[in-house]
Ligand binder design. Structure first.
Ligand code: ZN
Length: 291
C-alpha cells in the first residue's frame, strides 16, 4: 500500500468517527421523533449542552471514563461502539472499493450511505425492536437515484452480474436497483406471511422487509438473495444464548440482516459468483427438463 492510499484511509477513519458520532445522535433521536440537526448534543440526564471538547469521537468517551462531565451519569458503551464501528466500516469500504478495486468515489459514497443507514437501523432495532421508517423511506428512493447517478454501483456491463435489459446503461442500473428493492423486500415479506400462517403470530416484522427493500436497492437482487441466506446463520448464533438467558423471546432480526449485508458487500465477488453458479445450475436443469 502506498502513502497516498494510506493517507486516504486515515482521512476516511477520521470522517468515519465523526459520522459515527452523528449516527449516535440519530439512534437516540429518530425513535423519539426529535430533530437530528437541532439542538446540539446534550446530556439526557442533566440536560446540559455538551461542549465541543467533550464531544470528540472516541477520545472524549475515554478521557471522561464513559461518564457525563457534570452529572457523572454513565454514557452507554453503545456510543463508543457506534463510533468505532462506523470508523472501521468507512476504512474497510475505502480499502476494498478505492484502494483495491479502483471504483469511482461515487460507489464508495453509495455504500457509505447504505452502511450508515444500516448502523442506525440495527442499533435502534436492538434497543426498541423496531426499524424506523424515517431511515428506510428516505434511503429507498436514494438508492434508486444513486443507481442512476453512479451506474457502476450495479456494474451493468460487468459480466459477473451480466445485466442488460434495455441497453441504456443508466436505465439498466435503475431497473437493476428496482428489481433489487422488490426481490430484497419480497423475500422477507413472503417469509413474514408464511411465518404468520405457521406460528399464528408475527414472526418477522415489516420493518425487516422495508430494510431489505433498501438494501436490495443499493446492492441489486443477487447480493440481496445472498444476504437473505447469510443472515440466518448469524441470527442462529445469537438466538441460542438470547433464548436461554433472556426472559424476552423477541429477537430483533435487523442487526443480522445488517451484519450479513456488510459481509456480502465486502465479499461481493464471492457471493455474486455463488449466486451465478446457482442460476446456471437451475438454468441447466430447467432447459434440460424441456429438451
Ligand atoms: Zn449529565
Amino acid at each position: 500500500m502506498d502513502v497516498a492510499d494510506l493517507s486516504v484511509l486515515v482521512v476516511l477513519l477520521i470522517v468515519g468517527l465523526i459520522v459515527g458520532s452523528f449516527l449516535n445522535v440519530c439512534i437516540y433521536r429518530i425513535p423519539r421523533k426529535k430533530s437530528i440537526v437541532f439542538p446540539g448534543s446534550f446530556c439526557p440526564e442533566c440536560n446540559v449542552k455538551i461542549k465541543w471538547y467533550d464531544n470528540v469521537p472516541v477520545l472524549s468517551y475515554v478521557l471522561l471514563g464513559g461518564r457525563c462531565r457534570r452529572c457523572k451519569v454513565r454514557i452507554p458503551i453503545r456510543y463508543l461502539l457506534v463510533e468505532l464501528l462506523t470508523g472501521y466500516v468507512f476504512v474497510h469500504l475505502c480499502y476494498v472499493f478505492i484502494c483495491c478495486r479502483h471504483e469511482s468515489p461515487c460507489v464508495l459514497l453509495s455504500y457509505i450511505v447504505l452502511c450508515c443507514a444500516l448502523i442506525v437501523s440495527a442499533f435502534i432495532d436492538l434497543k426498541l425492536l423496531v426499524i424506523p421508517d424515517e431511515v428506510t423511506f428516505v434511503c429507498i428512493p436514494l438508492a434508486l437515484v444513486l443507481s442512476v447517478i453512479c451506474p457502476s454501483l450495479h456494474n451493468a456491463e460487468d459480466t459477473l452480474r451480466s445485466f442488460t435489459l434495455v441497453g441504456i446503461h443508466r436505465l439498466d442500473t435503475l431497473i437493476a436497483s428496482i428489481i433489487g428493492v422488490f426481490v430484497g423486500g419480497g423475500m422477507i415479506f413472503i417469509c413474514s406471511i408464511l411465518g404468520k400462517l405457521a406460528l399464528r403470530k408475527d414472526a418477522m416484522g415489516f420493518g425487516d422487509a422495508k430494510l431489505m427493500c433498501m438494501v436490495g436497492g443499493f446492492v441489486g437482487w443477487k447480493l440481496a438473495v445472498a444476504i437473505f441466506f447469510v443472515a440466518p446463520f448469524f441470527g442462529l448464533l445469537m438466538a441460542i444464548p438470547v433464548l436461554v438467558f433472556k426472559k424476552s423471546k423477541l429477537i430483533p432480526y435487523g442487526p443480522f440482516l445488517s451484519f450479513a449485508t456488510l459481509i456480502c458487500i465486502f465479499m461481493q465477488d464471492y457471493f455474486i459468483g455463488l449466486i451465478n453458479l446457482y442460476v446456471q445450475f437451475f438454468t441447466v436443469i430447467f432447459t434440460g427438463f424441456h429438451s
